[in-house]
Write a protein that binds this ligand. Structure first.
Ligand SMILES: [Zn+2]
Length: 337
């Protein structure tokens, strides 16, 4: 299987120190060892074929994200340093209602962010490189590869057309889906523990991209404001958004039963390509999750998705138990080989 990943130093230059939570300042869980663990585990398999990403033009990004948002993301940290700032840039004041972005990029954090996700010195370079990896995987599949995996860090599925949050800046899965949609209908399935609110927003009005997400119920879990089952799409996209919120404690049998139902929706949509937002924070020991999926369960998810027999691009999203992450990625990807 083709595994597209960038230079580790570039990807791991994105290393925010802390996250602001209800419990105060905590070590940032979306950390460089996540990337290292997955890459190291894949390197021990007989089937992983590592491929370097091809650099992609900004026009690909601009088909998914707004120009002003991209200009902000690519300059915010440098502007902060230029104003004498150091360390991670974190919003403390949010627009929350109609307003205009200040011209100074570092002052616009709370205009373009929907939570306190920081922007660090290496953030833009890392998410830009992850976008190159994801789009390279898309091109491989367009050229006939049956399945390709992009080892993206940071993740992307919470990033909307014009907002970052939830450790996400560029929506790598959406970039892939937009690229693949040029040749026909695309289905996205998001199996991260958290709802992929950014991907939902980007394609909510589109009839050519089906978005399906299984996730913890937003009544009590991040991202809280999106992901309910009555969000089904709008205008041309009516009926092309399927949310499956699940209870805390969801285990393998319950999850797989809901997944099989969701896959019927994908089959009836008859897509030409499948995009998988693959998060492994559904794992029973994940520090951010509340589901009880086992390694066998995560392997079974991979097997059910592989049985769809669609040309597939898999994009890495969350998963925060670093000790388990490599094994979970191997178990999930193996059925596609
Ligand atoms: Zn997640």
């Amino acid at each position: 299987m083709r595994i597209v990943c960038t230079d580790a130093a570039l990807q791991n230059a994105h290393a925010p120190v802390t996250e602001f939570s209800c419990a105060g300042l905590l070590p940032y869980p979306e950390c460089p060892p996540r990337y290292d663990a997955i890459r190291a585990a894949l390197a021990t398999t007989s089937w992983a074929e590592f491929v370097s990403p091809v650099q992609q033009g900004d026009d690909r990004l601009r088909r998914v994200h707004d120009d002003d948002y991209l200009d902000f993301l690519s300059t915010a940290h440098a502007s902060w340093v230029g104003r004498g700032g150091s360390g991670d840039l974190v919003a403390s004041l949010f627009a929350g209602f109609d307003g205009r972005a200040p011209a100074e990029p570092s002052a616009a954090m709370g205009f373009y962010g929907f939570d306190t996700t920081p922007i660090a010195a290496g953030t833009w370079a890392a998410t830009r490189a992850a976008a190159d990896a994801a789009l390279t995987a898309a091109d491989l599949v367009r050229e006939g590869t049956s399945a390709a995996y992009a080892l993206c860090r940071p993740p992307g599925h919470h990033a909307t057309r014009n907002h970052f949050g939830g450790y996400c800046y560029l929506n790598h899965a959406a970039l892939v889906a937009q690229r693949l949609a040029e040749s026909g209908p695309v289905a996205i399935i998001d199996i991260d523990y958290h709802h992929g609110n950014g991907t939902q927003q980007i394609f909510y009005h589109r009839g050519d991209v089906l978005f399906v997400s299984l996730h913890a119920d937003p009544e009590w879990e991040y991202p809280l404001f999106w992901g309910r089952s009555d969000e089904t799409g709008a205008s041309a996209g009516m009926g092309c958004n399927l949310n499956v919120p699940l209870a805390a404690g969801t285990d393998d049998p319950v999850y797989l039963q809901h997944l099989e139902q969701a896959l019927q929706r994908i089959q009836s949509f008859a897509p030409q390509h499948l995009v998988v937002s693959a998060g492994f924070d559904t794992w029973l020991d994940d520090p951010l999750g509340s589901f009880h999926l086992t390694g066998d369960g995560i392997g079974a998810i991979g097997a059910l998705l592989a049985q769809l027999n669609l040309p597939t691009v898999i994009v890495q999203e969350g998963g925060y138990d670093v000790a388990a992450l490599g094994d979970l990625a191997v178990r999930f990807l193996e059925p596609f080989c």
